[in-house]
Unconditional design. Sequence first.
Length: 360
Amino acid sequence: MTYLPWYVGYFSGKHWLRNIDYSIDDIFKVLEAARDLKMKFHLGVETPYLRGKTLYLIFYNKSLRTRNSFQTGIFQLGGQGIYISPDQVYAPTLPEDMVPYQTEAIRDVARVLSRYGDGIAIRIYGKPAKWIIGRGHRIIQEFAKWSNVPVLNMEDDLYHPFQALADAMAALEALGWPRDLRGKKFVVSYAYSGGLKPLAVPQSVALIAAMLGADVYIAHPPGFELLDDIINKVKEYTQYWGSEFKIVNDMDEAFEGATFVYPKAWSPKGFFPPFSADGKVHEEEAKEYQAKYKDWIVTMERLEKAGKPYYMHCGPADRGQEVTDEVLDSYEKSLYFEEAENRLHVQKAVMCMTMAKVVR
Ligand code: CP
């Protein structure tokens, strides 16, 4: 018989759409569970805590880290992950977009998959969500409303909870696993990319840094403001801890004296509904606007001038745009690959916590 650690089934049957749906204490519990799983992974200790369980992974967008860390993770827990591409099934769709025999109502897809397996994970943002900010999150909420098994958010247009958990784990590890991040300056900054990237990562990272007690700085050029609800929530957490919160429009000013810098691209919301003045999508104009800020790039000089903070990025980082090759390949305080690895461990933790049915 397999000995089950405390965290198996701890949140049995619950969805994981946003970290802020859980308490600060719950987040620390997830990170402790992930730490246990990471230690066992490196020691080669088997962890068959979800033997025979199935997780369905529905990807409306591309992925390297998320897909492979979830599929590998559920396998290492004794279960299986089944990849679903919406164009190879009847695309799971909201009621207003149904096309006969091409799409299937999310409410039906969720209930069918709930009859077979033990969890449904979804990624959707950008074009598959019609570039309407918030629509991806609404689609995942629709799955959660109808699913009888846990729904896991693998990134929508507002939140990327597992990325933020992995990042929080990397930050704590870098400091030797203190109780929290109080007294540490954590900068979430814009960095240039020619692509259109969602708000999910900067929003989720700012939120988790605030939840863990850090002094949170957000740096971006004008037009790249995060959503008001997110900013208000970050403020709420920093007030709870008595930590600092500041928004600045200068990367170097924000980096000065930081412990962690997290510079990455996101797209200016004013070019997309519901924030665009005409309610329309302006992809090309957004890219042209972004191109004005090519000097928001992370270089070795910039990091040295700031006092050598830990460098963080969710990946994939756009080399030569968001960051130089030199930083990614040889900066000694880069957490880039640790963050990527930690996706495996935090996701295994949450899968164990939510997908196991345990009678204690
Ligand atoms: N960070 C992240 O979610 O990476 P992928 O897009 O490769 O899944």
